[in-house]
Design a protein around this ligand. Structure first.
Ligand SMILES: Nc1nc2c(ncn2[C@@H]2O[C@H](COP(=O)(O)OP(=O)(O)OP(=O)(O)O)[C@@H](O)[C@H]2O)c(=O)[nH]1
Length: 467
């Protein structure tokens, strides 16, 4: 088994050995709760660590006068990050066990937590939230859970870490578990979506191996849960969404009339014969063939990159969306959305921006700012003057051309968009179409059980949803 890691990058679509299922997960927690150590422990105990990486960790640990290897070194790979002593960006790791493959977005716990959580968790099917058993559920735990609920992450695990430091005390664990479950259910999670597990990342209790120190804990270890938790709905239940990335027209002697549309199935599935509609034009046709470099396919499901050949010759260009004819998205040029503001300069009503949705980018104006999410009280503040860095708020978006949009809660991939600076092309915000704020008073709806069963390879879907 092998692990790969990258920081602030999108890994390629990982292989799933033996056709095992893929689980995308994110971690979140406050500084020093032990995320890096926990992820290091997962990699180490699942033997997902290469020998040379392990040697380097042993050497660095000895240099620091440690008697046992510091597993967080496996994770905190960046030199600058070690120098600052703080994890600086989202790191993606791939690891596998015989039962399942995992792509893990490790998000740091310092002040930029909203931005990083949004980045890391936007495509996650499960998030592991950490708390320090000595501190229990803290304000940041509540905020993280609220942001994860907003992002529609369907399942949460609370890892009550450093359980060794409270003497493996069952009552401490029970109190934290109760408080967290109450908070998460108020955000819309059901108990079936939640697991609370007592762990020591340092010692290894209940991460991969069951611990003899916690005979009172009957649940699964963290890895057992990750290996067995149900992964999303059947892709066939979701309607097809296929943003056209490239029009392929070779016009060579061998292929004089070939015309195909290349892209990635963003949601649902497609098979030859399927009736589709091309948006925004509204043209209807059928899928004639699904091409790949390895030959034709009888079907392609979400996450698969393919070229569609259609039955009719239509005027289709990059940025168009091919969608299920019976369940198309709505075309809108004026819609409500929740945005996570990621720029240093604040957002004010009337801002002229670009909106990037799927493979299409259009000019837009942010109309009124209707409310801002108050993370302190999990409530909403009406009519804010502005949204500052890391703020989450409800806005009105008016685009120069209609976009084929879904509600984020029914399709995380096609319900998300980016707000981009017109002048320099930097990302200003991640946007979620329709998604209400995760405020407690209004008893927000439960997080979306995403219609995207196999989320696409783009790990940073909200922050860079493809070319
Ligand atoms: N006793 C004990 N110490 C732990 C445990 N897990 C982590 N630690 C220690 O807690 C400290 C913080 O651990 P890290 O893994 O670096 O914390 P982090 O959450 O990744 O912090 P960031 O790098 O800011 O994201 C280190 O000194 C770890 O050795 C645990 O289960 N028990």
């Amino acid at each position: 088994m092998e692990s790969t890691s990258s920081t602030s990058q999108t890994p390629g679509e990982p292989e799933t050995p033996g056709g095992t299922q893929l689980l995308r997960l994110a971690t979140a927690g406050s500084v020093d709760d032990g995320k890096s150590t926990l992820v290091g422990r997962l990699l180490y105990d699942t033997k997902s660590v290469l020998a040379d990486q392990l040697d380097a960790v042993h050497r660095a640990s000895v240099d620091r006068g440690l008697s046992t290897p510091d597993l967080s070194l496996l994770v905190d790979g960046l030199r600058s990050e070690r120098e600052q002593g703080i994890t600086i960006d989202v790191a993606y790791r791939y690891f596998a066990t015989p039962r399942r493959s995992f792509v893990l977005a490790d998000t740091p716990g310092h002040v930029q937590y909203t931005r990083n959580t949004v980045t890391g968790a936007s495509t996650a099917q499960l998030a592991v939230l950490l708390v320090d058993a000595r501190k229990g559920v803290v304000e940041q735990t509540r905020r993280h859970a609220a942001v994860l609920a907003l992002l529609g992450v369907p399942r949460l695990v609370l890892a009550v870490n450093k359980i060794d430091l409270v003497g493996y005390d069952q009552s401490v664990f029970a109190r934290i578990a109760k408080e967290f479950t109450a908070h998460a259910t108020a955000l819309g999670y059901t108990e079936a979506d939640l697991l609370t597990v007592p762990v020591s990342a340092l010692v290894g209790d209940n991460v991969v191996e069951r611990s003899a120190h916690t005979p009172w804990y009957a649940g699964p270890t963290l890895l057992e849960h990750l290996e067995t938790v149900p992964v999303e709905a059947d892709p066939h239940d979701a309607p097809l969404r296929f943003p056209v990335q490239y029009v392929i027209r070779p016009r060579t002697a061998a292929y004089p009339d070939y015309r195909g549309y290349a892209g990635q199935v963003a949601a649902g599935s497609v098979a030859p014969g399927a009736e589709v509609v091309v948006l925004p034009a509204g043209l209807r046709t059928r899928v004639a063939r699904i091409d790949t470099p390895d030959g034709e396919l009888a079907e392609a499901v979400a996450g698969r990159s393919v070229t569609l050949v259609l039955a009719d010759e239509l005027d289709i260009s990059r940025g168009d969306l091919i969608a299920a004819a019976d369940r198309p998205p709505r075309l809108a040029d004026d819609f409500d959305a929740t945005v996570c503001w990621l720029a240093d300069r604040p957002l004010r009503a009337g801002a002229r921006v670009l909106v990037k949705h799927g493979a299409r980018t259009v000019p837009a104006i942010i109309g009124e700012l209707s409310s801002r999410f108050d993370e302190q009280n999990l409530s909403s503040v009406d009519g804010p003057d502005q949204l500052a860095l890391n703020d989450i708020g409800r806005v009105r978006v008016r685009t120069a051309e209609p976009l084929p949009i879904d509600d984020y809660r029914s399709s995380r991939r096609t319900g998300a968009f980016l707000v981009i600076d017109q002048a320099d092309g930097t990302t200003l915000a991640a946007g979620l179409v329709g998604a209400p704020l995760p405020v407690l008073e209004t008893g927000v709806a439960r997080p979306a059980a995403s219609a995207d069963p196999e989320l696409p390879s783009d790990e940073r879907a909200l922050v860079s949803p493809g070319p």
